[in-house]
Design a protein around this ligand. Structure first.
Ligand SMILES: *Cc1c(COP(=O)(O)O)cnc(C)c1O
Length: 423
């Protein structure tokens, strides 16, 4: 039976005792605060280092030292195929075939590569639709891709805004905007979860609506990967990109992820920017003219696998594989629900701007403080609770289920409760 929520340390301890994934916390390294592990709610920004990472990096250093060029074939994890080790676990999380997923480059670079392939304005059909207030890198990418096509970003990019007085986007408004611009729409590109509000959009419904109008639908899943299980293949998403250093714990600047639906990935004629690593291995080393893309997302690979950029991700994904994304999501729902419950007991004036419905959010809750947001954030940091602050007025809390406990969440509430209202 589930433990009913109560705003007490005992309740948090009971919830932790019942948590089947609690042991994974030990597998990660925490920043230190006064000689103890800090509480870490920034896994939506930079995930923690798995304990296994040092040994995994040492393995590659040793193989490089001892095998040098032979390491491409004979390293413990042969470098020639290094990126392929991720396909199975990522395919499980993203809900797609192994061929439809790969890792390469970094998120915004991959987004540009996808824009080359999927944004092909033609006559009147030249608009790109995105959510207002998207992550700045995505905004810059779209602005510059419009210019590359000699189009004015201000008229080419259609932003969907929340209704006046609201902070979240309503699906019906997104669908209506898609319909309004139907025959002008070339591409819809949205963040799966908005980094600021924590809102998860209805990827399946929105994708289908854009495609009904003859547009491609692509998603930036930076805040989704490792947070919420996806069904990208069945939802018929055209492409998706994500980074690996947030919930996936790949480390700063870790290799990015890419999904390309097989209906495009199996088409060797699909336009793309090519490099030798995307070429069929059987002919790659013949060093001849004539690009022959590999099947699937790997056909978008460009350069030699960046092994040192992938090692930490490999170590972390081994934990994801054992824990299972569905079980992690189940814990995450309860952990975030407990946080929401505790926040509801607090008399501090703030508003949770993240959707109340569990199915429309991930681990993160965004707390909007009309005043004192920054001061409260500073106090939390001084108490060893690492969370982040985004203008205007928002503290984001992301209890990542792999390494956060119910007691961690309780501590945030305890510190908040004991904080004076006037700061
Ligand atoms: C974190 C994040 C990025 C970061 O892009 P990089 O190219 O990895 O620096 C881009 N878009 C979104 C939506 C993000 O959340």
């Amino acid at each position: 039976m589930k433990t009913p929520f109560a705003p007490t340390r005992e309740c948090a301890a009971q919830l932790d005792a019942a948590d089947q994934l609690a042991a994974f916390k030990k597998e990660f390294l925490f920043p230190q605060h006064n000689g103890a592990d800090a509480i870490y709610f920034c896994g939506n920004s930079l995930g923690l280092q798995a304990r296994k990472v040092s040994a995994a990096i040492q393995q590659e250093l040793n193989d490089w030292q001892q095998l040098a060029v032979e390491g491409y074939f004979h390293a413990k994890n042969p470098w020639l195929f290094y990126h392929e080790q991720f396909s199975e676990t990522l395919a499980g999380m993203m809900g797609c075939h192994k061929d439809e997923v790969t890792v390469m480059n970094t998120l915004t670079v991959n987004l540009h590569l996808m824009l080359q392939s999927f944004y092909r304005p033609s006559g009147k059909r030249n608009k790109i639709m995105m959510e207002a207030g998207a992550f700045p890198s995505d905004q810059y990418a779209l602005e510059t891709v419009a210019r590359l096509h000699h189009l004015d970003p201000d008229t080419t990019i259609i932003e969907i805004h929340p209704r006046s007085g609201e902070k979240l986007l309503r699906t019906e408004d997104i669908l209506a905007t898609i319909e309004t611009h139907g025959d002008e729409l070339a591409l819809l590109l949205m963040g799966g979860i908005n980094y600021y509000t924590g809102q998860l959009y209805d990827i399946a419904t929105i994708t289908a609506a854009a495609q009904r109008q003859g547009a491609f639908a692509g998603w930036d899943l930076a805040h989704v990967a490792g947070n919420i299980p996806m069904q990208l293949h069945n939802w018929n998403v055209d492409f998706a990109v994500w980074c690996s250093y947030k919930y996936l714990n790949g480390g700063p600047g870790a290799v990015g992820g890419l999904f390309v639906h097989e209906k495009h990935g199996n088409d060797p004629g699909f336009p793309r920017a090519a490099g030798w690593w995307g070429n069929d291995e059987r002919t790659r080393f013949k060093m001849e003219k004539g690009f022959v893309p590999k099947k699937g997302a790997s056909g978008w690979q460009i350069s030699t696998a960046q092994v040192f950029n992938m090692v930490s991700l490999k170590a972390s994904l081994e934990h994801f594989k054992v824990a299972g994304i569905e079980k992690l999501r189940a814990k995450s729902l309860e952990l975030t629900a407990y946080l929401e419950y505790l926040l509801g007991q607090s008399s501090m004036p703030f508003e949770i701007i993240t959707p109340k419905e569990q199915e429309w959010r991930g681990a993160q809750l965004s707390l909007y403080f009309p005043e004192n947001g920054k001061a409260i954030h500073t106090q939390m940091m001084q108490q060893g609770i690492i969370c982040d602050y985004r203008e205007p007025g928002v503290i984001r809390l992301a209890p990542a289920p792999l390494y956060c406990s119910f007691n961690d969440v309780y501590r945030f509430y305890e510190v908040l409760k004991n904080m004076p209202h006037a700061l």
